[in-house]
Write a protein that binds this ligand. Structure first.
Ligand code: GLN
Length: 547
């Protein structure tokens, strides 16, 4: 049975709890332990699939097709452990499952209550797959004291109590504000936060304190005394130059040691941190810079494209360059020449997206990249728009477009080069979906296999002919246009195993122009950059004449 670390937060949100959890996971791995990370979100949405990326950041898709919180992306990037649908849960999902059981009569007419029914449901979630790893790290979203978080806190308290002694520990992340007027770091908010936690029966074993300034010994002792933790379990978390420095920084501050001490694991196996030393070296000692434009719609909030930004950073690390990303709003050149907006960049990336807004600009960006021979990576909608561009401007289909936009507007304006797929094959089984209005669950989601064409750029970049990548979309390139497009030099270099669904297209004779129907960014890691991103940045570096 795994040991459990429960990670909670206090004082304010956005302190980097997900990052602290992920970094701890990577440090336990560095000491030879196996880990799995899990996120419990108190919000009432059943999953983040239908939440606005403006508000909630990107939706992270797992291999098994779950739409989850972006923190699961951090977990994967730091540990390399592929997240599963059973690694993320929200109050909404817990409650719907309890209510479903109630309707089915599973509770035999009993009164259904938060304790024990909701808390039992949460505890069942915690134990899935617990035999597979040494450590299970469970992060509770939000901050202590939030009303909707209470059942989760109660459930982890019970869980800790029910396990054998020494099997669960609690780690609490807080903020020490710096008060400039008095020149002091303040510990009071942390004391209150821990008091709140203890009032619901949870005593933290490890206290992680975010601070802009070094924490003086005196304050550390005070925190230990008032919060009832050992002085060496008060861990400082300072602002970092890069998130990928976090494992090394937390190790320096003694986080992994404090956690192993709390479990009574003696002697602790020595850590091997060479992976993270190499990552830090590549991040902090680049040999140049390339400029990449991400042409999208959600340009206001970078979290909406978190994994893409990270994957580009990884691609830069593979080439020892810093990737300077600029977010360019596609709507700026919906009906204008994009050249003045795009000329400053070494490469162009058009990411995934939904809805028609900004798509004429994206099509123009694809055309600009194709004609000017600028490296182009189109992801999902970015691939679809590249296909529409080729259909319009190379194959002469002036009205080429996506059915998605006609469905949205209720008019028939486009020739559906991109069409709504209602039936497809997964693991030799046909999946049929006909509903357009049900927002959840009508997409092709999760990992699918693709076969790559011999001699194609895609096969060269991947170094293999069979890949598995994650999907999240409703619409597909219609295979009926393949011949017409291939005749104009748009090669269909990756296809689903049954040959019906185009997965990758590329422009022949272009230095680097690839569109992919899937989301490669979800699988990139700092210590294993995704081949498409590594090669895209290599092409950008070449375009910038850095080589
Ligand atoms: N809107 C497009 C579709 O549903 C693309 C989705 C995406 O980019 N993730 O097919």
């Amino acid at each position: 049975m795994a040991r459990y670390v429960f990670i909670t937060g206090g004082v304010v949100s956005s302190l980097g709890k997900g990052l602290a959890s992920a970094a701890l996971g990577s440090l336990l791995q560095a000491r030879g332990f196996s880990v799995r990370l899990r996120k419990l979100d108190p919000y009432l949405n059943v999953d983040p699939g239908t939440m606005s990326p403006f508000e909630h950041g990107e939706v992270f898709v797992t291999d098994d097709g779950a739409e989850t919180d972006l923190d699961l992306g951090h977990y994967e990037r730091f540990t390399g452990v592929a997240a599963r649908s059973t690694d993320s849960v929200s109050s909404g999902r817990i409650y719907s499952s309890v209510l479903e059981k109630e309707r089915r009569g599973d509770y035999l007419g009993k009164t259904i209550q938060v304790i024990p029914h909701v808390t039992n449901e949460i505890k069942d979630f915690l134990t899935v797959g617990a035999d597979e790893v040494d450590f299970m790290l469970c992060e509770i979203g939000g901050t202590v004291g939030d009303i909707e978080g209470l059942p989760f806190f109660e459930a982890i308290r019970q869980f800790g109590q029910e396990r054998p002694r020494g099997q669960c520990i609690f780690m609490h992340l807080t903020l020490l504000p710096w008060i400039a007027a008095s020149g002091e770091l303040k510990t009071k908010p942390t004391q209150h936060s821990v008091k709140e936690l203890r009032s619901i029966g949870i005593a933290p074993d490890v206290l992680v304190c975010r601070s802009e300034r070094p924490i003086p010994e005196k304050e550390r002792e005070k925190l230990a005394l008032f919060c009832n933790v050992r002085p060496d379990s008060v861990i400082a978390a300072y602002d970092l130059g890069s998130i990928y420095e976090a494992p090394l920084a937390y190790h320096r501050e003694g986080l992994d040691q404090a956690v192993l001490d709390a479990f009574g694991i003696h002697p602790a196996p020595k850590p091997n941190l060479t992976r993270w030393d190499d990552v830090a070296d590549r991040i902090f000692n680049p040999e140049g810079e390339v400029r990449v434009a991400i042409v999208g719609k959600y340009t206001q909030l970078e979290d909406a494209y978190k994994s893409i930004a990270e994957a580009l950073t990884h691609g830069g690390m593979a080439n020892r360059v810093k990737v300077h990303v600029e977010w360019v709003d596609a709507e700026l050149f919906d009906s204008e020449d994009p050249a003045p907006y795009l000329e400053p960049y070494d490469a162009i990336l058009v990411p995934g997206g939904f809805g028609e807004r900004g798509t004429e600009g994206k099509i123009k960006a694809a055309q600009f990249a194709r004609e000017r021979k600028v490296p182009y990576l189109g992801i999902c909608l970015g691939m679809q728009m590249a296909v529409v561009e080729a259909a319009r401007n190379l194959a002469g289909m002036e009205r080429a477009g996506s059915q998605e936009f006609d469905h949205e507007s209720g008019e028939l304006r486009f020739e559906p080069v991109i069409f709504h797929l209602k039936e497809w094959i997964k693991d030799n089984q046909t999946i049929a979906r006909d509903v357009l209005d049900d927002k959840g669950g009508t997409m092709r989601l999760g990992a699918y296999t693709a076969h790559l064409k011999e001699g194609s750029k895609a096969a060269e970049v991947y170094g293999t002919h069979r890949i598995e990548e994650r999907h999240r979309h409703r619409y597909e390139v219609d295979i009926r246009y393949r011949e017409a497009l291939e005749a104009q030099g748009l090669c269909f270099s990756g296809m689903s195993p049954d040959g019906r669904l185009p997965e990758i297209v590329e422009v022949e004779g272009h230095p680097w122009f690839i569109g992919v129907q899937f989301h490669p960014e979800l699988k990139s890691k700092p210590f294993a950059p995704h081949p498409l991103f590594a090669d895209f940045v290599r092409a950008a570096k070449k375009a910038s004449r850095l080589v």
